[in-house]
Design a protein around this ligand. Structure first.
Ligand code: UT7
Length: 367
């Protein structure tokens, strides 16, 4: 029997910070309203040269370093994102190329803010089935590119960032213990980004109508979120045969402090059992849970042996939860330096492009 352990973790956030006061210069809002209604104090915003893949690769290299794995040891890369760089190719393939993960399959997963939970579950299932040994799971977003900076009901919420986990197979019990995934497409209209897909391909009209911006019915999403956070947490514990007392930490999607407080009330738990860092990052969508996890591990809050639940909700509508036992890196020999592989990866990518070009010329001559 194989278990899927979380053996590496890393995060990355753009250095540029936008405070609530900065936002009050763009829209009719103020620091007090944003803090009281959301808990957010600042968010990180990607610069012109930062993309979901660049943030993801930074987080991934840190995760691989902790797991002591080379990019070439990876069998699978799953990138959860709602702000992919292109409709295709998948952002996961850009990450695969930048890392030099030459043996990995790579695909994107779209389940909005619940995506990281879905992705970890998919990676863990692949490991449990015995078909792979090492997976890289990434949540990465630059949703700031799709925010309407004139819409105060959404622009105050979102921030950019990435988080990554390495999952590895082991005979030792632990790691991912159970997961639940849910969806309700009847609420799809509550949180949308309509433009640029095949229903509304980009045209002057779609841009004129602002279909390239995030649109949200905040109150409805809020109501849905407060309902599902507690129920999904309880459900995933039941699946793992665990009781609430067995769990040291709940790591919720970092959308709004009032949603987390409502979940705490629903579960009859004190707030100090919840990991919260949304004050510093805002809502980074699928990246919010791994970013919160990484910060909590680095602060020493999450310790080896701790059992915890990650729980999220988002557009779709989607929601889900995952119970895990935190173990840390597996024992391994020697030290690998995944960072050094990035230079090789760049070179390799250039050489492969050049070879493909030459092959193309030769092929044309043969025709
Ligand atoms: O990852 C999932 C993504 N989405 C979410 O998690 C969003 C869930 N929803 C929420 O977090 C909240 O619904 C919001 C933060 C979006 C809104 O908070 P709210 O407490 O539900 O405010 P509201 O929309 O009910 O608006 C209350 C008032 C309104 O004014 P009136 O009509 O009472 O005069 C709004 O116009 O607050 C006003 N308002 C603002 N005022 C200052 C709305 N946005 C702002 C703002 N600054 N940014």
């Amino acid at each position: 029997m194989q278990y899927a352990h979380i053996t590496g973790w890393g995060m990355s956030a753009p250095e540029s910070v936008m405070t609530n006061d900065d936002l009050s210069k763009l829209v009719e809002t103020n620091d007090q309203w944003i803090r009281e209604r959301t808990g957010i104090q600042q968010r990180h915003i990607a610069g012109p040269d930062q993309f979901p893949s660049t943030l993801a690769v930074e987080a991934a290299v840190k995760a691989l370093t902790i797991a002591n794995l080379r990019p070439t040891d990876l069998d699978l890369i799953i990138c959860s994102t709602s702000s992919p760089e292109y409709i295709f190719p998948a952002t996961a393939c850009l990450i695969q190329d930048q890392l030099g993960a030459t043996k990995a399959g790579a695909f994107d997963l779209s389940a909005a803010c619940s995506g990281f939970i879905y992705a970890v579950n998919m990676g863990a299932q692949a490991i449990r089935s015995g078909s792979i040994k090492n997976a890289l799971i990434i949540g990465t977003e630059t949703l700031s590119r799709f925010v309407d900076w004139k819409d105060r009901s959404t622009c105050i919420l979102f921030g950019d960032g990435a988080g990554a986990f390495v999952l590895q197979a082991s005979d030792e019990p632990g790691g991912v213990l159970s997961a639940v995934m849910h969806s309700d497409g009847s609420g799809g209209n509550l949180l949308t980004l309509e433009g640029g897909g095949s229903h509304h391909p980009a045209t002057e009209t779609t841009v004129h109508d602002g279909k390239h911006y995030i649109k949200m019915d905040g109150n409805e999403v809020f109501r849905f979120a407060t309902r599902v956070m507690a129920s999904a947490t309880q459900e995933v514990l039941d699946c793992a045969g665990l009781k609430m007392d067995d769990i040291r930490w709940i790591v919720p999607h970092q959308a709004n402090i009032r949603i987390i407080q409502a979940a705490a009330r629903g579960l009859k738990l004190p707030m100090d059992r919840f990991i919260v860092n949304l004050q510093n990052y805002g809502n980074t969508s699928t990246a919010s849970i791994p970013i919160a996890m990484v910060e909590a591990i680095e602060k020493g809050q999450i310790q080896p042996g701790d059992k915890l639940v990650m729980v999220g909700f988002g557009a779709g509508l989607t929601w889900g939860a995952l119970a895990a036992q935190w173990t840390g890196p597996l024992p391994s020999k020697g030290h690998v330096h995944p960072e050094q592989y990035r230079t090789f990866a760049r070179l390799r990518s250039l050489v492969r492009r050049a070879l493909r070009f030459i092959e193309g010329l030769l092929y044309r001559r043969e025709l």
